[in-house]
Design a protein around this ligand. Structure first.
Ligand code: HEM
Ligand SMILES: CC(C)=CCC/C(C)=C/CC/C(C)=C/COP(=O)(O)OP(=O)(O)O
Length: 307
């Protein structure tokens, strides 16, 4: 016979601690810090899509919630598919699945519910094109990148970066119902930014990736080639960030910001190339995040300064 559970005031407190810890574990699965910048870029795409004036607040809210839910679901699927790999890397072994805080079944149910709700919101309150593009982005990251590219080729993040570059396009499509050449320029910026962003981290985490058996560039081609690749992609990024000015999508204030930020980023990449240290790589990685945030903020500021 099962023993009856004795309810005391303490057991209620313990239950609420367990519930809070589980909620927190689900939250961690969505990779909230990475996704906050992803959602930020999508929101900038929404505002840039309106030539003069502001997008509808209802669309902005619905598209933001919808894209955030699907991006969170994509992160949760990535954590589920990689739970064994995550257990082998010091950076990721504290995640909820390797720690046994959540089961694979709970994670799958959470990802389906969150992603499904996001897609429904996009379809019903935004437009079908945005829903389809967001679904394609989800498949690109959770399936194409995570399952096929990441364990097979050091070009994984270059090709997989196409998914990460989609958020401003999703934002643009949610407001206009289509995808213009300007939106593709925003895509190109994030696409060119992803390799230096990721490879700086991979340089100081290469032992982790080697232990997990993942063919990241520093593991397959060595640190020197990776540092050169970071430098070359940062040059490409510098050139690509001038395109919004060249096409008259943005004006002088943006150009000044792009040159200043690009100059700082080139400085990081150059120092990394000529005199490597893990601390330098860490700084370059951290700067990559600040860089993208400020560059997109500059695009927005320039947009409203001009009209
Ligand atoms: C395929 C493309 C990408 C790869 C492989 C990649 C890889 C990574 C990795 C491995 C981390 C460390 C995460 C951690 O320790 O939890 C990271 C952090 C981060 N990434 Fe990326 N990233 C990609 C694209 C992006 C994109 C598109 C954005 C935003 C637009 C972004 C924003 C960030 C941010 C904000 C962080 C810092 C998170 C923190 O402080 O905990 N990443 N990225
Ligand atoms: C709207 C939508 C569906 C967006 C998808 C977002 C997307 C493509 C995110 C990519 C960024 C990301 C979490 C990279 C982590 O790389 P990793 O998984 O190799 O890193 P890890 O080793 O930390 O798991």
């Amino acid at each position: 016979m099962r023993a009856a559970k004795i309810l005391t005031p303490d057991s209620h407190v313990a239950d609420s601690h367990v519930a809070t810890a589980r909620l927190h574990a689900f939250y961690v699965l969505t990779k909230p810090r990475v996704n906050s910048l992803i959602v930020f870029c999508a929101i900038i795409g929404m505002f840039l899509a309106v030539p003069d004036g502001l997008p509808s607040p209802v669309i902005v809210l619905a598209a933001t919630v919808g894209i955030a839910c699907v991006a969170g679901a994509a992160a949760a699927m990535n954590c589920l598919i990689e739970m064994r790999i995550d257990a082998r890397m010091s950076r990721t072994r504290g995640r909820p699945l390797p720690r046994g805080e959540l089961t694979p079944r709970e994670t799958l149910a959470f990802a389906v519910a969150l992603g499904g709700s996001g897609l429904l919101i996009l379809h019903q309150l935004v437009n079908p094109l945005t829903m389809w593009l967001t679904l394609a982005t989800f498949v690109g990251y959770a399936v194409v990148y995570t399952i096929f590219l990441k364990p097979r080729t050091p070009q994984n993040i270059v090709i997989g970066g196409a998914s990460g570059a989609m958020p401003p396009v999703l934002g643009w499509a949610s407001v206009t119902g289509d995808v213009s050449a300007d939106a593709l320029l925003l895509f190109l910026i994030i696409f060119a930014w992803t390799p230096p962003h990721f490879w700086s981290l991979a340089l100081y985490r290469s032992a982790d990736y080697a232990r997990a058996g993942l063919p990241m560039l520093p593991v397959t081609h060595g640190p020197e080639f990776t540092r050169l690749s970071v430098l070359l992609y940062t040059c490409i990024l510098f050139g690509v960030t001038l395109l919004p000015f060249a096409t008259r999508m943005s004006g002088i204030p943006y150009l000044v910001a792009a040159i200043a930020l690009g100059g700082c980023y080139l400085g990081h990449a150059w120092r990394l190339y000529v005199d490597y240290s893990d601390a330098r790589a860490r700084r370059a990685f951290r700067f990559s995040i600040l860089y993208l945030f400020l560059l997109f903020a500059a695009l927005l500021a320039d947009h409203y300064l001009r009209f």
